[in-house]
Ligand binder design. Sequence first.
Ligand code: FAD
Length: 431
Amino acid sequence: MTWDFETDLETQVELDWIEQFVREEVEPLEHVLGSPWNIHDPLFKQLVKPLQAQVKARKLWACHLGPELGGSGYGQVRLALINEILGRALFGPVVFGCQAPDSGNSEILAHYGTPEQKRRYLQPLLAGDIVSCFAMTEPQGGADPSVITTEAVRDGDGWLLSGEKWFASNARYAAFYIVMAITDKRVSVHEGTSMFIIAADAPGVRIIRNVGIADDPAATHAYLSFDKVRVSARDLLGEPGQAFAVAQVRLGGGRVHHAMRVIGQAQKALDCLCERALSRTTQGSRLADKQMVQEKIADSWIELEQFRLLVMRTAWRIDHYQDYRRVRKDIAAVKVAMPKVLHDIAARALQVHGSLGVSEEMPFVGHIVRSFQMGLADGPTEVHKITVAKQLLRDYEACDALFPSYHRPTAAARAQEKYAPALASLQALEA
Ligand SMILES: Cc1cc2nc3c(=O)[nH]c(=O)nc-3n(C[C@H](O)[C@H](O)[C@H](O)COP(=O)(O)OP(=O)(O)OC[C@H]3O[C@@H](n4cnc5c(N)ncnc54)[C@H](O)[C@@H]3O)c2cc1C
């Protein structure tokens, strides 16, 4: 038997250090700083850079990457244990060098980048000297990638790229964008789309406007315009026509890493819920003694533990198979479960905090808005539910082919058939 729910001592020592460091040094930052991606802010440099130096010295920087890229080469299970602590704090990922979309962008640059692209973009990105942006979604629809219209048209030995992108996170702070564009209209969008690296200050690149998130104006997601931006073969990331394969490398891991961090956010909401229940007295008893509050606590813990086990098992399967395609259903299931778990636990914590719960002094409104973001970014929940169902049905279909008669007769009919001789001999005896 190899089922094991224990953390080894060496890892636990590291996790204990991370937990204390995040609670004491990182969590307070969100109350005094703006966007975690605004590395140009002088206060960011003053407060965040020394913390990043401590993390680097402890060899915990960019844990999602292998040692050859300056990371620790931890597997996904260990990464999950770290990420669920970092998720408690908005600045957790940026202090530990694993914030989206830079983490995913560094993965695809490491995977597909040329030596020159790695020197120019990957190295400063890994050092935390720049941040980046990933621009795939277009204004006419993100859930359906086949409606993509941004196009790179051949011009001499390069291309002229034109089109618009929507909700490109952190474009205003980014040094470069990774942009998806059609390069061959004669074939399907999945075969005729390529990925380009474009410097943010390249001629023809314009931010039409920066869109904030309802409760968090510091968050910025850009509406971008590209007007005949010149790109050369040096700017191509991967082979022509390979954009969806490139994107998949970043999206598979990215969705699971978001889920790991959501565990931390939901845990923080649950911690607050329990502290409030124990510390508030009303109508003669503590909130903790009222059954309707106890139900909220019990439901929250059970939902969080279920979700955490699903995330940990998915992380284990990624480590085990080393092939995201074999873990598609698990990743899609985690993506579907994540917004609901965060929403429901944060909503209960908010309610039990009364007026304080809706205030900007507590994290719950942020958690709830973020739960909706988690149900949209990297594809809406509905689309991932379809993936889960299709993958499941495919397994059942395969099973049906192997055992053609297995599903058709009901269990009762099969039992009747199996025990027919025994029943017949019993009836004969009785007669
Ligand atoms: C916080 C945040 C950050 C983001 N960052 C980036 C980024 O950095 N780069 C980037 O390229 N994109 C980014 N996005 C965009 C994201 O990928 C898209 O929002 C997502 O793919 C959905 O596209 P859409 O917003 O155009 O919604 P639409 O495609 O218009 O879909 C709207 C709704 O329609 C329903 N729907 C869609 N398809 C189906 C279906 N098949 N069956 C049933 N119902 C369906 C769902 O309810 C869905 O939410 C970000 C989004 C958010 C919220």
